[in-house]
Design a protein. Structure first.
Length: 317
């Protein structure tokens, strides 16, 4: 964490707490350290005291984030990470394999791909924080990491993007995420449906071995065109909505369309009640889902890592 902070020009102070009496001391020291935010570490001790930590964060006016949704539900500003149900499911998978005779040391490390972003808008208002609408912008980078995991030997990949939906900074974030894993990522701009096939052909001509279809209304609406061309070029692709994998795409990772529509309905209902548009809170889909289309993967000649299949929320055949 400290290394990550330095890359962004941030100074990270480490505050240690091993007992409840340490919490007040740690929070009281924050003004003197001129701390602008607090990341609460993940361990059983902290996880079992979400409510106490949330109360302290609000009392001291601290913007804080923790791993599990219980922290935000208790009044903390936000949480981001795997949910407790998913962790218990993975623990059950481990236990089942061990009971089946496998050695613990031989089991692969599992990481949850089902992550939740929960923002407590009431707490944000109390802290005077405006939640940015671009909070989910980094989902494209997460998808890039999944793509690299699926095609581990690839050194060239491509990103298909709509300049109307992606800022240069967001696009650069995906390029940097790929570069950090030793992958050269070419980017291909699309502003009309007719440009999709030529852009994908250009990506393939540059040696791309996989394609990240970045989040965009245009690209989602034209997903069938992308599905067909990806199959013709035999190039694995990942998409913004999990439903894309159920419709013929290879992999989908992100919030479900159902979640998006549900939140749109909440906004519309608020407008009908007389609320003003600029007064409505920013609503973010809380759950990301990973769906893999095994049939599409087999047609592409891919062997999908078992670790990823176990982590998937759904595998279609």
């Amino acid at each position: 964490m400290q290394a990550a902070g330095r890359t962004r020009g941030l100074q990270i102070h480490v505050l240690r707490a091993s007992a409840e009496r340490d919490f007040e001391t740690a929070f009281a020291s924050l003004p003197q350290l001129q701390v602008g935010g607090l990341v609460i570490g993940t361990n059983t001790f902290f996880n079992s005291r979400n409510e106490q930590l949330a109360v302290l964060a609000l009392r001291h006016g601290v913007t804080a984030i923790h791993q599990f949704r219980e922290f935000a539900a208790a009044g903390g500003l936000m949480s981001y990470g795997g949910n407790t149900t998913e962790f218990h499911r993975l623990a059950g998978v481990y236990a089942g394999r061990i009971l089946g005779g496998e050695k613990p040391a031989d089991l692969p490390v599992q990481q949850s791909t089902k992550v939740e972003l929960v923002v407590n808008l009431k707490s944000a208002k109390a802290l005077g924080i405006i939640v940015p609408a671009t909070l989910l912008g980094r989902a494209d980078e997460v998808r890039q990491g999944l793509l690299i995991e699926i095609v581990p030997g690839a050194r060239r990949m491509a990103a298909l993007f709509d300049p109307g939906s992606k800022s240069p900074a967001q696009l650069q974030g995906v390029v940097d995420a790929a570069r950090a894993s030793g992958v050269a990522l070419s980017t291909h701009s699309v502003t009309r449906v007719e440009e999709i096939v030529p852009a994908m052909n250009a990506a393939k001509a540059k040696g791309a071995e996989a394609l990240n279809v970045l989040s965009s209304v245009l690209l989602n609406a034209a997903r069938q065109v992308i599905f067909d061309q990806a199959a013709a070029l035999r190039i694995p692709a990942i998409y913004q909505f999990p439903e894309s994998a159920e419709q013929g795409g290879f992999i989908g990772y992100g919030p479900s369309i159902e979640q998006i529509y549900r939140r749109m309905a909440v906004i519309v209902a608020g407008l009908f009640r007389g609320e003003r548009p600029h007064e409505l809170p920013v609503q973010q889909p809380p759950t990301f889902e990973l769906i893999i289309n095994l049939k599409t993967g087999n047609a592409l000649g891919l062997t999908i890592p078992e670790t990823l299949l176990i982590r998937a929320d759904k595998v279609t055949e």
